[in-house]
Design a protein around this ligand. Structure first.
Ligand SMILES: C[S@@+](CC[C@H](N)C(=O)[O-])C[C@H]1O[C@@H](n2cnc3c(N)ncnc32)[C@H](O)[C@@H]1O
Length: 213
């Protein structure tokens, strides 16, 4: 993955309401760090403890408000409902998460999503259809949101993607089917880390928190 923030994100920054943002499958945080520089308070979730440690370290060194969260989005770690002004997801597809993404947006909140389409098989990985959007799928999956931008195509002769920006309107139904009680809450501090693990490193930064479960 490149270290620079997504050009799609940078180009459309003015459409995004400031406040709390969630970066889903954030990797090493190129987009989370960019958003934090632009005034968002960012939760950045990824399954990889190593990547989250890297992004948390960078955020700490730069003094940016990014909270790295190690969590497996496939096995129970939920998105708190109506918690975010902005949710972004790049290069990650987990269809079962769609209702929870929508529910995680505050009214007026915006979803910005970019990931591979089925045409990617012409260029290389991923090839598994579980990780590839069908044509029009992203737009249809978030049909209750107000679509602000939608595009499908080939980027740089090597990447087939769909891109969408959509806003949650106040009349959107709660489609998550999840009760508040079933949530693991991103909004609460995780278990207190053991003293040794929480000691600041040489940069003065503490290690990334572990999974909130
Ligand atoms: C292709 S990378 C994209 C990283 C970032 N969004 C970007 O575009 O720079 C996909 C990311 O998804 C994360 N991931 C894969 N399965 C996951 C899961 N079940 N829960 C949370 N993150 C996951 C990986 O660790 C990896 O960082």
């Amino acid at each position: 993955m490149p270290q620079r923030p997504s050009a799609f994100l940078v180009r459309n920054l003015r459409l995004l309401p400031r406040g709390k943002a969630l970066d889903i499958a954030a990797g090493e945080g190129r987009n989370a760090l960019y958003l934090a520089r632009k005034g968002f308070q960012v939760d950045a979730v990824d399954i990889s403890a190593e990547k989250v440690a890297t992004l948390s370290g960078k955020a700490c060194q730069l003094g940016l408000p990014v909270r790295g969260i190690v969590a497996d989005l496939e096995t129970g770690c939920q998105i708190p409902p109506a918690a975010y002004e902005l949710i972004i997801c790049f290069n990650y597809l987990q269809r079962s998460l769609f209702p929870r993404i929508e529910a995680g947006l505050k009214s007026g909140g915006v979803l910005l999503y970019e990931t591979f389409t089925i045409d990617q098989t012409r260029f290389g990985k991923p090839r598994n259809p579980d990780y590839l959007l069908k044509h029009g799928e992203l737009k249809a999956a978030f049909g209750d949101l107000q679509c602000l931008r939608y595009w499908e195509g080939i980027v740089g002769n090597r990447k087939a993607v769909a891109r969408m920006i959509a806003r949650k309107m106040s009349t959107c139904p709660d489609t998550s089917g999840l009760s508040e009680r079933s949530m693991l809450r991103f909004g609460e501090p995780g278990p207190r880390p053991k003293r040794r693990g929480s000691r600041p490193d040489r940069s003065g930064c503490s290690p990334a928190p572990k999974n909130l479960s």
